[in-house]
Design a protein around this ligand. Sequence first.
Ligand code: MG
Length: 301
Amino acid sequence: MLPYEILDARFRPYVLPNAPLQRLADGFAWLEGPVWFADHECLIFSDLPNDRLGCWSESGGVRIWRNPSGFTNGNTRDRQGRLISCRHRERCVTRTEWDGSITVLADRYESKRLNSPNDVVCRSDGSIWFTDPIYGISTDYEGGKQRPELPPSVYRLDPQSGALSCVVADAEGPNGLAFSPDESLLYVADSGAQFAADPQHQIRVFPVRDQGRRLGRGEFFHRITPGHADGFRVDEDGNLWCGAADGVQCIAPDGTKLGLIRVPHPVANLTFGGRHRSRLFICASHSLYSIYTNQRGAVRP
Ligand code: MG
């Protein structure tokens, strides 16, 4: 059986009929935060409940790269290639410097502690945007129970002043986020209230305003089903490749679900990588998967 399902003809050129879904590694607890380092030909990813970061490469397989990790969840790289991470345990966003030291970029907003930064992206102007739901401090599994001090929000870290501004204040569980290829839009997943019987799990789209300093009013974009809206990435054509309970769903910029790559476990997050940025690395529960596609991940302008 082919590992994908085509729901719209626009999806067909993106998949390769002879490319299998490969399981690269197994035996983790819950994987998140994949980020590709093309210069090192490796993938860094979070094994969140085990409080560690892993590193996978084609030649070396998997090794544990950082342990403990402060219960790191989302990861990305800034414009200088440095690793930016969301740490549940210390409720902060950090940057790993070139000498290996770790700098805390943000841990408070208006003197109150952040909740548990979940996922992070960098814009081409150097600003860092991250989501801050309470998921990481509401259980001992993903960082330890702590009292929230702020409502779930999305923040922007100014590249010059280092100041935080709140750019989305009406989300229940802001989670994955990504810019459109031209950075005129920001997509934000909302996984809803954690223990709700039927949590909302939608992706909203916000226009970027004021030279990238704030957002306009958000609109409904797509409801991920089955499963929750969590991590996703945008490709060169502006499609969203989204983690879902049944695999990786590809959603067109007009909100249409184009197709699905079936994965045996729920997918929390994914990223494009490999030599041509066309290989998907998929964090699926306790396993790391990969599949080659015929589409490339977007690069920042
Ligand atoms: Mg997430």
